[in-house]
Write a protein that binds this ligand. Structure first.
Ligand code: ADP
Ligand code: GLC
Length: 468
């Protein structure tokens, strides 16, 4: 079976979050499971620079304001499967990020930029590459949400579509007056059975309505998004598609995230020899200028600073954390108010709280390895990868019971700080108390490190879904 994955991010070239990790790791897992998988991504500068041994597959005339679009196929540095790259400089050759310009504002033509991603992926399904044709076009998140729509609009397109929701809160909604730019049938722009969403064009809704199957990244989130509380106003649409909706928990890349030989870390360790973990903790305390204390429970955070992630709850609980004798290191970027809040806390308590604002892959690994507990107090979390990295490194997850956090953590390997938002205080105290008993803590670490979260079983579930 041939599967092409369409997405706006791919690790290690373009990443703003877990989507990039999944898009890099799932296709090779499908290869290992006996399928043939490729990816299709926009030709941002970082992608064009990393593209090697490529040939032009096909060209599309002027499309979506791009005078010329060349679809290339080749190898991307650091990516384990073959890649189609959409070479359209007018849309993708920009200095900023994948979605936003350097000044932080979204590009004014994101509608066109990501319509082209869906369009090109759909074209592959229709046979654009004479040498390779996908049976399934698997589109990820709103950026690729139009692939199922373009496929549904073309009766000659024999491939089947799967649409995975990584985060329902980011929907790709645009002014309804722009619909005509997409070249889709007018009938697609309706509220029932179409992609109209409160007088907007919704790429997310298009994926949900037109995808032959819909997936999301954990069983609990698959249930949650059919409720008004988590449904981001699309819950009724998702309830209608409930029979075709699947929740499949993400795996992690166990080569990239491996305490046995992590090049970013001060020392190596595994569940039979944890000495290296203590060395990683001391190195991390030193890196952040904290008191180098083995006995202090060191919490770690690696995150986007957004409302979703609940870091305001942690900020509010810092007095409790400090009073209980714990320490905290935080790496993150996003909401300026939260950045300011954490920076101020670190200035006021420099020996106990360390904060780095920014994005730093190596430091993310050192925090996951060196902390005793990784905090993910999210209000909602479709899957979450950092708690899975934590488990693998014996860094006990401290999470809220929601989405993929509820599906991957239990009391034998971690701590739940609610749903109730105030529960975080009590849970911090409970974790600190438990940490004073090194034997019990170590038992949990060893249990956590024994949990399997590689991609193999989830890849099998995706293959079953494709087979349907
Ligand atoms: P989300 O995709 O919602 O941000 P996930 O937990 O699925 O959440 O994935 C986040 C990914 O991004 C992880 O690989 C995490 O290590 C990484 N990450 C998040 N923030 C940072 C940061 N500031 N520096 C380095 N890596 C980060
Ligand atoms: C999204 C979600 C996160 C998930 C990731 C990869 O960014 O917020 O929970 O782990 O996608 O599926």
């Amino acid at each position: 079976m041939n599967i092409v994955h369409a997405a706006a991010e791919i690790h290690p070239l373009v990443k703003t979050g877990g989507l990039a990790d999944v898009v890099a790791a799932l296709p090779p897992a499908l290869l290992r499971a006996g399928a043939d998988a490729r990816v299709i991504v926009p030709g941002y500068p970082a992608i064009m620079r990393a593209l090697h041994a490529a040939h032009a597959v096909t060209e599309f005339g002027p499309r979506f304001n791009a005078p010329q679009v060349t679809l290339r196929y080749g190898r991307l540095e650091g990516v384990a499967v073959g890649a189609y790259v959409i070479d359209a400089p007018a849309l993708y050759d920009r200095a900023g990020g994948p979605y936003d310009a350097a000044d932080g504002w979204a590009y004014g033509d994101n509608l066109q930029r990501f319509a082209l991603l869906g369009y090109a992926a759909a074209k592959l399904g229709a046979g654009a590459d004479p040498l390779w044709r996908p049976d399934v076009v698997h589109a990820h998140d709103w950026h690729a949400g139009l692939a199922p729509a373009y496929m549904a609009a073309d009766p000659a397109n024999t491939a089947k579509s799967v649409f995975t929701i990584h985060n329902l809160a980011y929907q790709g909604n645009f002014w309804e007056g722009e619909f005509h730019k997409l070249g889709l049938p007018d009938a697609f722009m309706r509220p029932y059975g179409g992609m109209e969403f409160w007088r907007q064009v919704s790429f997310m809704k298009a994926g949900i309505v037109f995808g032959r199957r819909i997936g999301t990244v954990s069983p609990t989130y698959a249930r949650e998004i059919t409720t008004a509380e988590f449904g981001c106003s699309l819950d009724s649409v998702l309830r209608e598609r409930a029979a075709d909706l699947r929740g499949i928990l993400n795996g992690i890349d166990t080569d990239l995230w491996n305490p046995v030989n992590d090049p970013h870390c001060a020392a190596a360790y595994d569940r039979t020899n944890l000495a290296g973990k203590h060395a990683c903790k001391l190195a991390l305390q030193r890196e952040f200028g904290l008191e180098e204390r083995k006995d202090a429970l060191l919490f770690g955070v690696v995150t986007r600073l957004s409302h979703q992630k609940g870091l305001d709850l942690l900020l509010g609980a810092l007095p409790t954390l400090l009073a209980s004798g714990a320490q905290l290191v935080m790496l993150g970027a996003g909401d300026p108010q939260l950045e300011h809040g954490f920076r101020s806390a670190a200035q006021a308590h420099a020996s106990r709280i360390g904060v780095r604002i920014g994005y730093d892959e190596g430091l993310a690994h050192r925090i996951v390895a060196g902390a005793d507990s990784i905090m993910v107090p999210s209000r909602f979390e479709p899957c979450g990868l950092t708690q899975l990295y934590g488990l693998r490194y014996g860094t006990l997850p401290f999470v809220r019971r929601t989405g993929g956090l509820a599906d991957s953590v239990d009391e034998r390997v971690g701590f739940f700080c609610g749903p109730p938002e105030t529960a975080i205080h009590e849970t911090i105290k409970r974790a600190v108390t438990l940490h004073r008993d090194p034997d019990r803590w170590q038992t949990m670490m060893v249990e956590a490190m024994g949990r399997e979260h590689d991609w193999s079983s989830s890849a099998q579930r995706y293959l079953q879904l494709y087979a349907e």
